[in-house]
Design a binder for this molecule. Structure first.
Ligand code: SAM
Length: 238
């Protein structure tokens, strides 16, 4: 029997545009079965705490209709539902969505840059660890602005690089060396090699806030959690 074709070449150089869209989707389909276990191991379970903090920074209330953008296996959507919000999850990976089914949320397969929702559909929007995976970040911010109602709130959770030298060093060893090895051992080597490299896709913090303003948001802020290991961008739609 022939073994599955290697996917390692996909991220030798970081793809852009349509190539990135396809490579990233294929990658999440491939790692979906092990995603939750790896996520907990990689973050020492802190990911749940970060989502809770991001949600409280968004200051959304019970009863709000909230989109979990790039919902993956649905952790944010589950949290929204547990806070009595109406949760809708959107992702373009069928493999990830299949694992989100246990969430008390309406799930939808689609692309963040072309969402199948009417203008002003949501009171709020949250998204976890997806910004660096989008192939058109400015277009996605414009699309987020379109689907949020005026004064709607958002919280975008994403990895960051800590500033404190010692933490930066320890975090660098963990994120750049140990996590890819752990991932290679228990999941897809190409995918977990991509993870540290994908940080290079993120524009500098001030540029991301500027992009949000250009897309139609105000009160843009960047919050750092756990010594700057992760960041949360919050804003309101004009
Ligand atoms: C790192 S996972 C994060 C999943 C989940 N939000 C979480 O917090 O665990 C990134 C997710 O973004 C999704 N994604 C990336 N680009 C997308 C796009 N253009 N449209 C929809 N989903 C996208 C991937 O399929 C994947 O499920």
């Amino acid at each position: 029997m022939r073994s599955a074709p290697s996917t390692a070449h996909r991220f030798d150089t970081l793809p852009e545009g349509e190539k990135k869209r396809q490579a990233v989707r294929q990658m999440f389909d491939s790692i979906a079965p092990r995603y939750d276990v790896m996520n907990k191991a990689m973050t020492f379970g802190l990911d749940s705490y970060w989502r809770r903090r991001a949600l409280s920074l968004a200051r959304l209330e019970a009863g709000a209709t909230v989109l979990d953008l790039a919902c993956g296996t649905g952790d944010f959507a589950r949290l929204l539902a547990s806070r009595q919000m109406e949760a809708i999850g959107l992702d373009y990976s069928g493999g990830m969505l299949a694992r989100a089914r246990r969430a008390r949320a309406s799930l939808c397969e689609g692309d963040a840059a072309r969402m199948p929702f009417r203008d002003g559909s949501f009171d709020g929007l949250v998204s976890g660890f997806a910004l660096r995976n989008f192939s058109d970040l400015a277009g996605t911010f414009a699309e987020i602005a379109r689907v949020l109602r005026p004064a709607g709130r958002l919280a975008l959770l994403e990895v960051a690089e800590p500033k404190l030298p010692l933490l930066r060093q320890v975090h660098g060893i963990w994120f750049n060396s140990i996590v890819p090895r752990l991932g290679a051992f228990s999941s897809d080597p190409a995918a977990y090699g991509y993870l540290p490299k994908s940080v290079a896709y993120l524009p500098p913090p001030a540029a991301m806030l500027e992009m949000l303003e250009q897309a139609g948001f105000y009160a843009t802020r960047r919050h750092l959690l756990t010594g700057g290991v992760v960041q949360v961008l919050t804003a309101r739609k004009r």
